[in-house]
Design a protein around this ligand. Structure first.
Ligand code: PGA
Length: 239
């Protein structure tokens, strides 16, 4: 495990350099992307570097971690919409090479097919993660089996509360989501987890220094052979 602690701006720049290096070495790389507030600085930096010609996404493929149940890609709170607006619309990636789990077809077969599509693409080279205050990665809430693949989940109240800031009211926050499983994430060749802000400090301590337990989903990353944590000073303040 490698832990990088720096300013919010600098960790975005350092994480972006991982993509520059990977996509220059392997132009057809398979990328696992995440949504939320945390990756926004990284995405802005990737857009800047892509426009400046530091790397190209022309041959790359991406798979997003998760999607809200019930929202189609045109809904402004769907994760497909988030990715288009915050990254894909501004870089040279082929939209038909970008994948987000379906929020509308919630069948177990379709969920399992997402893992199959990742495998068929050659597996994820670099998976980006944020972390919930409760330790969730993707929408794998505490208690999710480490052996899980892409599946439908019920969101915890704390996650719905945390995400209600993007909706008019908590009642509009979906109750379910489709997420890559823990095994899907652990199958990635390399993983980057980013965390920013004081609110993430307690869970980062548990994730990095506590026991590996399904009660803290992100703690499983202690077992990953190639994982880097990019923390700002606040998120690292209890380590
Ligand atoms: P955030 O969400 O980046 O908006 O804090 C992270 C997460 O819930 O995984």
């Amino acid at each position: 495990m490698k832990i990088i602690i720096d300013s919010e701006k600098r960790i975005a720049e350092l994480a972006a350099q991982r993509y520059v290096k990977l996509l220059n070495e392997k132009p057809a790389a398979v990328l696992g992307y995440a949504t939320g507030s945390t990756p926004l600085g990284l995405y802005a930096e990737l857009i800047r570097l892509n426009k400046a010609g530091a790397f190209s996404y022309a041959q790359a493929t991406s798979f997003n971690l998760d999607e809200y149940a019930g929202l189609d890609g045109s809904h402004d709170q769907s994760y497909r919409y988030f990715m288009n607006h915050n990254l894909f619309d501004h870089v040279d990636i082929r939209k038909d090479h970008t994948f987000v789990p379906s929020g509308l077809d919630l069948s177990p077969e379709t969920a399992a097919a997402y893992d199959k599509a990742i495998e068929a693409a050659g597996g994820i080279d670099l998976q980006l993660l944020g972390i919930g205050n409760n330790g969730h990665i993707g929408f794998n809430e505490p208690g999710t089996p480490f052996g899980s693949i892409t599946h439908l989940v019920e969101l915890t109240e704390s996650t719905r509360q945390a995400n209600s800031r993007f909706f008019a009211s908590i009642d509009e926050v979906p109750t379910h989501a489709v997420t890559m499983g823990i095994r899907t994430v652990m199958n990635a060749k390399s993983v980057i987890l980013m965390a920013i802000g004081k609110a993430k400090a307690p869970i980062m301590k548990e994730t990095l220094q506590g026991p590996v337990t399904e009660n803290v989903p992100a703690s499983v990353l202690q077992l990953h052979p190639d994982v880097e944590f990019y923390l700002d000073y606040d998120a690292a303040s209890l380590l």
